[in-house]
Design a protein around this ligand. Structure first.
Ligand SMILES: Cc1cc2nc3c(=O)[nH]c(=O)nc-3n(C[C@H](O)[C@H](O)[C@H](O)COP(=O)(O)O)c2cc1C
Length: 164
């Protein structure tokens, strides 16, 4: 099966997860979304980081071009992996693929360290802002900073190994 792993990654988290997934596809190809010029694959696995609750802008643009293909996807996010926010991201990204008549065979996600520049910006926000440095948010940022870790890489590999 001709497989492409196509990722968009700003600070490297999603790229690292993509590289773990590649190990599950010895003949698979891996590429940054920006370098992809053909979609002639039996399976396309799209990796994105989460921006405002959905795929980031570059991934959104790429996803728009994928029609009637066999697809799986994965993402990294700052929120907890078992949060409502993570579930909303799955719903949002599912819809993007399904609207274009793709066949979705699975998805995977894990937490990813948040860009320190964004943390600095959020730290300056007034306390009433839900993104500000509240105790809960700071705890979550610290947890996110540990990911993706070896367990995430193993989980990603195992998930895709089992899928195909
Ligand atoms: C501008 C910006 C917006 C973000 N928006 C969200 C978001 O809406 N929800 C979330 O859970 N994480 C959000 N994050 C966190 C990233 O999705 C997360 O850190 C991800 O692992 C980054 O992946 P990368 O290293 O591949 O770029 C945001 C990060 C940035 C920089």
């Amino acid at each position: 099966m001709k497989t492409l792993i196509a990722y968009s990654s700003k600070t490297g988290n999603t790229k690292k997860v993509a590289e773990s997934i590649l190990k599950a596809f010895p003949k698979g190809e891996i590429s940054d979304i920006k370098d992809i010029d053909n979609l002639d694959y039996d399976l396309i696995i799209v990796g994105t980081w989460i921006d405002k609750g959905t795929a980031d802008a570059k991934a959104l643009k790429f996803i728009e071009t994928i029609k009637e293909k066999k697809i799986a996807y994965f993402f990294t996010l700052g929120a907890y992996p078992n949060s409502d926010h993570a579930n909303d991201c799955i719903k949002n990204i599912d819809k993007l693929f399904l609207d274009n008549k793709n066949t979705l065979i699975g998805n995977f996600h894990c937490q990813g360290a948040i860009d320190p520049k964004l943390i600095s910006w959020m730290s300056e926000l007034p306390a009433e802002n839900p993104l500000s440095a509240s105790k809960g948010n700071v705890q979550r940022w610290k947890e996110a900073a540990k990911h993706p870790d070896e367990k995430d890489f193993e989980n990603a590999y195992n998930y895709f190994k089992m899928l195909v």
